[in-house]
Design a protein around this ligand. Sequence first.
Ligand SMILES: Cc1cc2nc3c(=O)[nH]c(=O)nc-3n(C[C@H](O)[C@H](O)[C@H](O)COP(=O)(O)OP(=O)(O)OC[C@H]3O[C@@H](n4cnc5c(N)ncnc54)[C@H](O)[C@@H]3O)c2cc1C
Length: 460
Amino acid sequence: MSSEKKTVLIFGGGLAGLTAAKRLTDKGFQVKVLEKREIFGGKVSSWKDDDGDWIESGTHCFFGAYSVLYDLMKEVKTDHAVLWKDHQLTYTLAGGGHFTFNTWDLPSPLHLLPAIVKNGYFTFGEMAAFAKSLIPLALKRDNYPPTQDHLTFAEWAAEKKFGQRLMDKMFRPMSLALKFIPPEEISAKIILDVTETFYRIPDASRMGFLKGAPQEYLHQPLLDYSSSRGAEFKTKVAVDELLFDGQEIKGVQLRNGEILTADYYLCALPIHNLNKVLPDNLKQHDQFFSKLEKLEAVPVISVQIWYDKEITPADNVLFSPDGVIPVYANLARTTPDYRSLRGESFSGKTRFEFCVAPAKNLMALSKDEIIKRVDQSVRSCYPETSKGANILKSTLVKIPHSVYAPLPGMEHYRPTQKTPVRNLFLAGGFSQQLYYDSMGGAVMSANLAAEGIINQSRKN
Ligand SMILES: Cc1cc2nc3c(=O)[nH]c(=O)nc-3n(C[C@H](O)[C@H](O)[C@H](O)COP(=O)(O)OP(=O)(O)OC[C@H]3O[C@@H](n4cnc5c(N)ncnc54)[C@H](O)[C@@H]3O)c2cc1C
């Protein structure tokens, strides 16, 4: 590394690590990113299989709220690749029914009126009971959700006495789609924060999909941008342990036996991996580090199925409270670059991508068994259009440790990006920022970590 520039080692080449690399390279730091896997992108990674089809770690929806992500994409000139869909949420039901929450182009909160008065499923009475439960949110706004972090969302809803149907049909899939855990486990703070944002900012709940693979429109452009300005990126290099001398990080022990050193160290690792690389003497040094062990990660499964006919023409995200597919999309509609199978055009057919959750009790099942359950959920939601549909191909990705689990009380354990150790910084969806563990969260955490390093370097 150059002796004139301050050096930074970034561990983890997910969205947080790649964003931080760009931010720091832009400010004149000499950056090296070390990634354990063969590919970059972490939980948003995508790769081509032996048939030449793109496989994704998971369905990724782009919420309107993630302004930091779109700023970043503008800087690498790929913001055009987010295709914004109609501003509505559709829920598909066992037996073939569905309901849709639409929005109107009106100032907040009037934009939500159609969702309340004509969603075609919940009665006005049910929606009014729900609206009443949100009075504290309307009055105290973003000050209210943090006061409810001691409750699960199910406990909060029981206190507010809004109907079970609303919980089962609307909030269960929403909770599973957001963090892959059900309302009986997720902190009330999360759902209330999201509801407050959607209520206050009309475009926050609008969803988009990338035109194609995240590798092409997110990670490679970031890699190209930073490498052309001198940053180095290494794959298949795993960090084993940070070396702490009681005051500072003195280097990093890699799994291949090498030790590397730098002026600053930035861990952009998932929480379970971060806990493994922090040495015992650092955990004993300050409870900032030991308390990270309280944070856990959630398992989730991603499934893609190609069917030989069009089961739904929906060009948007879809939710389902029934079966094992809380959130999914027909990528043959939403994602133009994915309208192919083994190199052949695939228009007019279905390429579903599903997030399968809760996955805790499914992780041990075989691929065939999981695909069977997903296919059953599809056929139950689309009894007519799925008649005679055959599966042409299916893929499955199991992620035992995905996003951190936002259980009640966990907010307290989320770390800031700046640590008590002068030359060590953290980034990642689990760290403290507005958007929880999401693409927006990864980018915001990286912005904050990079800012911390820049400020620290001015002091030295
Ligand atoms: C199935 C699924 C669906 C999702 N859907 C959405 C969505 O619709 N919208 C949304 O905004 N977010 C979604 N998310 C969440 C989003 O993907 C994450 O919040 C975000 O990608 C986190 O980025 P990160 O950089 O913090 O962590 P990661 O992406 O986990 O990156 C960390 C990197 O560190 C590497 N690493 C680990 N250990 C080591 C080591 N010892 N040495 C070196 N490298 C190491 C990993 O390989 C990885 O590449 C989804 C996640 C999943 C799993």
